[in-house]
Design a protein around this ligand. Structure first.
Ligand code: ZN
Length: 74
């Protein structure tokens, strides 16, 4: 199994910080959309990517959904 862990990432520029959230694979320095970003690490816990947030990067959400096609909505 080679599941890539996708977590929440933020852009490297301060202007970006907390305004937009990208989806990023743990260990990468670029988000799914290609933006330079860093995973958000809270102590030793990665903030999960939440595609439903209004500040989530639209390009990342599309790419994330392509990688996570099975979504259980209740
Ligand atoms: Zn993005």
């Amino acid at each position: 199994m080679s599941a890539v862990r996708i977590v929440c990432g933020v852009g490297s520029s301060r202007r970006d910080y907390s305004r937009i959230q990208h989806a990023i694979a743990v260990g990468e320095s670029k988000a799914l959309c290609g933006e330079i970003a860093l995973p958000v690490l809270v102590f030793d816990w990665y903030l999960p990517f939440e595609p439903s947030l209004s500040l989530s990067c639209e390009a990342c959400v599309r790419l994330w959904e392509r990688q996570n096609p099975v979504r259980i909505v209740t």
